[in-house]
Design a protein. Structure first.
Lengths: 300, 416
């Protein structure tokens, strides 16, 4: 028998391998769950890695308070089915405790505030490793990210001090206070994730699929109309058929007009799509090196 | 559809970044907003055309200096195959980066500037490719547009390279005359080169057969995690979870647990709700044994009839990766798959001058140095020789004080 694994099988096997390495190497790992398709895929992979045993880590959600309602509904239903532990860190708590200050004005978002809540949650529970769904194809600064990405106690990432990753050997040794971010689906592209979701029949939050919604145009992009956006009389609300290609906060995730109601349609749209996934995320557009700067500051 | 992982070896001046950019650009793997960034950037080629090299630069410092300083992973796919490119810098001070990128590649593209031919850097890159066990090499003779697309120039370079290939023991070498800047023979056949009868680069990459190791002789499963639900219904369930690193396992196979030596047979193979009868190389599975024996993380399950090496004294090739020099008085950690134990450098045998390929006596290994040493480990390692089985023959050295990965080891021979 001389056959190669199909590419989705190989990607899946690699991700499972990485999850099991986390379980074997760390005392208190956690899986960061955002409700987006990447973290939902991670949960499925965790089931494949560890069932019929329990996950050797809880799920952690940093709740900005600006989520799409559909994401929260999805999250709660998923936890009910999985019967695993969920820890929620609320950005609102960080605001109330005076640790962060809410941005004001039309372009305000809580995206940058998440970092503080994340770091606090990590410190509170003494997590030594955080698994996340980031992929290398998402954005230029992620192309060089390691699979085991060592952060200091402030969550900061120094590109010049990351460890070389040879063969399939992941060095997760850390000093007290350091933390490792682990990215099992680093080698998956956006299209790979969608093909896997389709193959595995994974259910996703409804906002990924075309639906009618009240939208406004903000900075040349379509946004869901919501009070979080600090709308005023200049913002004209229109109902449109849209879907969301990525799931961040309502304040910083743009919609695309779409009639893709089914997953096959989405995959077709993406395959000929010309706007890269993160192009729809306004938080990346701020400067050319936006993601890199935020990673240095401890962001995911 | 499968995955081909390859590295690109060349330097900034050889046009490597342009070549990769061209592969992405002409295969329609670039998305519109990345294209916008390309067009609006200040960096342009001398003739005013867009600088495709921008597509592969990632970090800010690099974008400012115009040089890549790390391993960058790029992804694209065609109808036939998914590709993962490990883009590694060409300068000698980044040898460790190339070693890292090459460790997971099954193919290497070596770039030669047609105006310069085989140079010191070519020797170095070819040596490293061979050292890391990459079997298939594609030599792209680039910038053919700057030598008038001359067949004579190309043939002279091919001839020179073949001598080098023999010297470093690279057996499967394919040559392509290209111009990454103009797009000749990268994705489409060149209209300017009508004397070349081979394939363009992308079709070649799409069609090439990849080696696969699914025989039983190298059946190895390093145990990562033991699944024990300990619930009422699954009270006796004990599954050994890991990824088959090489070879294959079948239900009922006689297996030996190493290094303890206990034997048993496979009663069941699982992957979530499926129970395949065979586990192939690369699959992550959960294995059940007929007997109740002691198995834990770091142990390796092997086919009883085809056992690997077990030793604490091993001769090994080394690439030193730390700014602090290797210290024969220091105790390091060695990590081999899921096994970690302490390790000392017993002896240094020689260093290799990777520009001339000469062996030198030396006790000192500094950043990027390559050579051969003997290591002594606190516990036995269960391994195959790297030249026979890459998946089970590589290891890393970790500095116990900084926790950094300081060395890459290729286990080559027994030393006891």
């Amino acid at each position: 028998m001389n056959s190669h694994l199909d590419y989705l099988d190989e990607l899946e096997a690699e991700a499972i391998y990485i999850l099991r390495e986390v379980a074997g190497q760390f005392e208190r790992p956690a899986l960061l769950f955002s409700g987006g398709k990447d973290s939902i895929t991670l949960v499925r992979l965790a089931e494949k890695a560890f069932r019929p045993g329990k996950f050797p880590f809880p799920l952690v959600h940093i709740d900005t308070g600006h989520n799409f309602a559909e994401t929260i509904v999805y999250r709660d239903a998923m936890i009910g089915r999985l019967n695993e532990k969920l820890i929620i860190g609320y950005v609102q708590d960080s605001i109330d405790e005076g640790k962060v200050i809410e941005q004001q004005g039309k372009n305000a978002s809580r995206n940058a505030l998440q970092t503080v809540t994340l770091l606090d949650t990590i410190a509170k529970h003494k997590f030594d490793a955080c698994i996340g769904g980031a992929r290398r194809d998402e954005e230029k600064a992620r192309a060089k990210e390691r699979i085991f990405s060592v952060r200091d106690e402030f969550g900061q990432w120094d590109p010049k001090r990351q460890r070389p990753e040879l063969w399939n050997i992941y060095n997760g040794k850390t000093h007290k206070g350091e933390n490792v971010r682990v990215f099992p689906i680093s080698n998956w592209t956006e299209l790979d994730v969608w093909n896997y979701v389709r193959r595995e029949k994974i259910e996703l939050p409804s906002i990924y699929f075309a639906h009618e919604r009240e939208t406004i145009i903000r900075n040349g992009q379509l946004m869901a109309a919501t009070p979080f956006l600090n709308m005023d009389e200049d913002d004209i609300i229109e109902r449109r058929n849209v879907r969301f290609r990525t799931v961040g906060d309502m304040t910083c995730t743009a919609a695309v007009e779409s009639d893709a109601y089914l997953i096959d349609d989405i995959i077709d749209e993406i395959s000929v799509s010309k706007i890269s996934e993160r192009g729809a995320r306004m938080d990346d557009k701020v400067s050319e090196a936006a993601m890199e700067d935020r990673k240095k500051g401890g962001y995911f | 559809m499968d995955i081909l992982k390859f590295i690109t070896a060349g330097s900034v001046d050889d046009g490597k970044s342009t070549l990769i950019g061209r592969l992405l650009y002409d295969s329609d793997s670039i998305l519109t907003d990345q294209l916008e960034a390309l067009h609006s950037s200040n960096r342009k080629n001398d003739d005013g055309s867009i600088d495709l090299a921008i597509l592969t630069d990632g970090l800010k410092a690099e974008r400012e200096q115009g040089i890549t300083i790390d391993v960058a992973y790029k992804y694209f796919q065609t109808e036939k195959r998914k590709f993962i490119i490990a883009d590694t810098p060409g300068h000698i001070q980044y040898t460790r980066n190339m070693v890292t990128g090459a460790s997971n590649a099954t193919l290497a593209i070596i770039l030669i500037d047609a105006r310069k031919g085989v140079i010191e850097q070519t020797i170095r890159h070819s040596y490293l490719v061979s050292l890391l066990g990459i079997q298939q090499v594609v030599v792209c003779v680039n910038k053919m547009d700057m030598v008038g697309y001359s067949e004579d120039v190309y043939n002279a370079i091919v001839c020179d390279y073949q001598k080098l290939a023999a010297k470093v023991e690279l057996k499967n070498v394919y040559f392509i005359p290209v111009s990454a800047l103009k797009g000749d023979n990268i994705v489409h056949p060149s209209v300017n080169i009508n004397w070349y009868m081979g394939e363009a680069l992308l079709p070649y990459l799409e069609n090439i057969d990849l080696p696969v190791d699914n025989g039983t002789e190298h059946a190895r499963l390093p145990v990562q995690w033991v699944i024990r639900p300990q619930t009422d219904e699954l009270h006796d369930y004990r599954g050994y979870a890991g990824r088959v690193s090489s070879g294959s396992f079948k239900v009922n196979d006689q297996i030996t647990v190493l290094p303890s030596g206990f034997t048993s047979s496979i009663s069941k193979i699982e992957l979530l709700d499926k129970e395949p009868t065979v586990a192939l190389a690369g699959m992550s599975v959960t294995v059940h044994l007929t007997d109740d024996i002691d198995v834990g993380r770091g142990d390796v399950l092997v086919n009883t009839n085809y056992q690997p090496q077990i030793s604490q004294l091993i001769e090994s090739d080394l690439c030193w990766m730390d700014t602090r020099a290797m210290d024969t008085n220091q105790t390091y950690f060695i990590q081999h798959n899921s096994k970690v134990t302490r390790c000392k450098i017993q002896e240094t045998l020689y260093k290799v001058n990777i520009n001339t390929l000469e062996k030198e006596d030396s006790d000192e290994f500094k950043l990027n140095d390559i050579g051969r040493i003997i290591i002594k480990t606190a516990e036995p390692l269960v391994f195959d020789y790297y030249q026979n089985n890459k998946a089970n023959g590589g290891a890393i050295l970790i500095d116990s004080r900084t926790n950094l990965t300081v060395g890459a080891l290729m286990l080559r021979a027994m030393a006891d």
